[in-house]
Design a protein around this ligand. Sequence first.
Ligand SMILES: Nc1ncnc2c1ncn2[C@@H]1O[C@H](COP(=O)(O)OS(=O)(=O)O)[C@@H](OP(=O)(O)O)[C@H]1O
Length: 359
Amino acid sequence: MALSGRAGPPSPRLTRRFLFIFTLSLSGTYLCYSLLRGAGGALPGPERRCLPARSAGAKKLLQKSRSCGREPGQPAWGGPRGAGQEAPLAGNGSGPGPAKLGSRRLPQALIVGVKKGGTRAVLEFIRVHPEVRAVGTEPHFFDRHYERGLAWYRSLMPRTLSSQITMEKTPSYFVTKEAPRRIFNMSRDTKLIVVVRNPVTRAISDYTQTLSKKPDIPTFEGLSFQNRSLGLVDTSWNAIRIGMYVVHLQSWLQYFPLSQIHFVSGEKLITDPAGEMGKVQDFLGIKRVITDKHFYFNKTKGFPCLKKTESSTFPRCLGKSKGRTHVQIDPEVIEQLRDFYRPYNIKFYETVGQDFRWE
Ligand SMILES: Nc1ncnc2c1ncn2[C@@H]1O[C@H](COP(=O)(O)OS(=O)(=O)O)[C@@H](OP(=O)(O)O)[C@H]1O
């Protein structure tokens, strides 16, 4: 009878099928749970806290993640960096301190140049000062991202108390025609810092950096001259053009008085970091807190390093891309470039009232 068959106990075949489906769905649920847990996705609690940045990608993610307590543009220290990314020593504002105190303000002081002059060193040294807070990465607002507006720019800044100075550094500003006017329009009181270095060494440093990213570029000699036997230097090549400091300075002097621009010697920054940083602090109108006691000479690196940073009590040197071994250049080419830069250098010394002794 069909009816009695339905009401009776399930057949062993039906039981096996039920057990099979049940086990399958249980495994599926467990698999989903494990995946979510591994990705740190849906789980509340400690699994979602910040992981150390192990790659450039991870670092970018950390920068964006507000839940990690980092300010925008304040990457964590450590881990390899991708091409073009800089190596801030300390995530100023990223430490366990009162990250939510103060407000984001437009910078009152900028390190505007020059590329390969020692700008990273100045920024990392000055941000040790308790009255200074700085953006770790280069915002490139006044050259590349100006159309994004001041509100966007301000959102990149760390929170500061009213007694603190907000700073950023973007070395390409110095050679950007529109930068002086744009910065003046933001605030005519902006203090400007320019780290300058022997233009020939600077050009070689610049070329060494480019070569490390693009090994197929022509030789330094080939790029430097339009006609080498005639001693005709190619001023359209950026690595050469940037070093004509006095030319670029003219655009800045149309908007800012010389008293509002401070020049740091890139050479002295290496031989006497405390001395150069003392002058920077005076220029910014803050107490000389950063002194000899903050530096030690690291023999392996061959450069002065910080005994401790703003967010760490451990000694820190700048990253591998700072203080590279330069490409060997024919001494005759160096001599030709020295001759080329001499009149520009002399005019520059006269204009700023400082002799940088690049002979
Ligand atoms: N303390 C310390 N440690 C390491 N490096 C130091 C330091 N002080 C100054 N320098 C010099 O800084 C040069 C790099 O300059 P920048 O930071 O301006 O480069 S960049 O434009 O931001 O790429 C870098 O240039 P290279 O030596 O050619 O690599 C250094 O000479």
